[in-house]
Design a protein. Structure first.
Length: 178
């Protein structure tokens, strides 16, 4: 990957937590948020993309937790999120996406096949996803039965969950199915 590298920071995540991105930009994954080199959160979620069952980060007075959307109020742009401890309503500006990556797919019970040509295929039931190389989620090919989609930009986890649901009519969660 070309581009300018920033000097190492004392609070930067351990090796392997640097996020690949466009040349000249370096981003870090820290506490499940994506930060730029100035330690600013750089990705906000688009409320219209959120569906029941989506996983995301909810921020309540600085307490940032991963959770599942259990209800939506579209008119007031609020989502009820269950973080495993409690359910609570969050405003749009308190919600942040999770990145789509190998760790998330493993948690969602996808199996992985690394191919000789360097591509990686993820599988859950009859649903398939192919990425061009290990840990490179910049382009995806997804298919389910006779429907195929070519996605030429990175997706966040909730966006991937929505594609999965549109294609399979099943919510993508931690449950296994075959």
């Amino acid at each position: 990957m070309g581009g300018k590298q920033l000097p190492a920071r004392a609070d930067a995540p351990a090796a392997g937590k640097k996020i690949k991105c466009a040349p000249g930009n370096v981003f870090y994954l820290k506490n499940l948020f994506i930060f730029n080199h100035q330690n600013q959160i750089i990705i906000m979620i688009k409320f219209q993309e959120i569906q029941k069952g989506d996983y995301l980060i909810a921020d309540f007075d600085g307490d940032k937790r991963r959770g599942e959307v259990t209800n939506l109020q579209r008119e007031s742009k609020r989502a009820m999120v269950d973080n495993g401890i409690q359910e609570f309503w969050y405003e749009e500006n308190q919600l942040f996406p999770l990145p789509l990556n190998d760790e998330e797919l493993t948690t969602l019970k996808f199996s992985k096949q690394e191919n000789e040509d360097g591509t990686v295929k993820y599988m859950k039931g009859a649903f398939r996803m192919m990425i061009p190389a290990r840990d490179n989620f910049s382009k995806l090919e997804i298919w389910y039965r006779d429907e195929r989609r070519h996605i030429v930009q990175p997706l966040n986890l909730h966006q991937f969950q929505n594609h999965f649901y549109e294609m399979t009519k099943v919510h993508l969660n931690h449950e296994s199915f075959e």
